[in-house]
Design a protein around this ligand. Sequence first.
Ligand code: PHE
Length: 339
Amino acid sequence: MNWREDLKEIRTELDNSNITDAAALEAFRIKFLGSKNIFKPVFEQMKQVPAEEKKEFGQKINELKNRAEEVFQLAASAHTVGKATEIPDLSLPATPGTIGSRHPISLVMDKIVGIFEKIGFQVAEEREIEDDWHNFTALNTPDDHPARDMQDTFYLQGRSDRVLRTHTSSVQARIMTTHAPPIRILAPGRVFRNETISARSHCQFHQVEGLYIDKGVSMADLKQTLLFFAREMFGPSVKIRLRPSYFPFTEPSAEMDIYWGLKDETDHRITKGTGWLEILGCGMVDPAVLKNCGLDPEVYSGFAFGMGIERQAMLLYKIPDIRYYFENDLRFLRQFKSA
Ligand code: PHE
């Protein structure tokens, strides 16, 4: 027996191996690395190898084995060959996919929408770029009203008749001109005002508008609807108060505050130390607005309200600064993972 000859033969076979496809790769694996590999019978001669040659024998055979392993790895990673033989290990635990979190503004808007859907309101989404008529004129906002001031309204460059809507009330005009009463809609969305950005105000924020038009709608319906909402949103013991106010498109008009209390520092800051927070403007739709939109104020009446989302979310989630909503900071956003 001559182990040197045997190993030389293996070496030649190894060097001449031509792995061109997946089948050849597998054949190579079985031959050189499998459980009945080509080295086995040679290895079994170990006992007959003279003691002084044993060390060399061991080294040589190991070299060849390593070489075979190398050739195999190289061929397997040459992807044309490798791919076909890759069998995924189905027993491995799955890599958990990362689930994104929902934005607190979306969470609060969805909650509000859910509450009003229970009492028959339907979602109506509309454009963010509006014309002057739907945002102002139809809503009884005279040309010289301060809300039209360049400081509050973003106009599209070179288009004095196109604005970024300053409130979701523009959807009122969109719906009243295209739908016949009874109308019961809810319009969530983004609005824009040219305001200095600070911890309390931003140039973009979100509102949810509500509009109900039918025969015989009264202020009592408005108040009861808002009370229902406040209890669903903030809990059954929440208090509300309606303060007389002014909006060009409602008459009479009011602002609604909720009593949240002063449980901690955020409550103090957001409610300016009073425990009360103004969350919406509302009122009976002004007859002039109904007329502008082609509805007969002698037949129909209705109420409308518009609420801000950011401040409600600040209270509910104890968010101290309105700017956090728009900075896309993952450390902020990830906190709403399970919400
Ligand atoms: N659009 C008003 C605002 O942005 C809110 C409002 C809506 C008031 C509907 C009355 C009726 O402040």
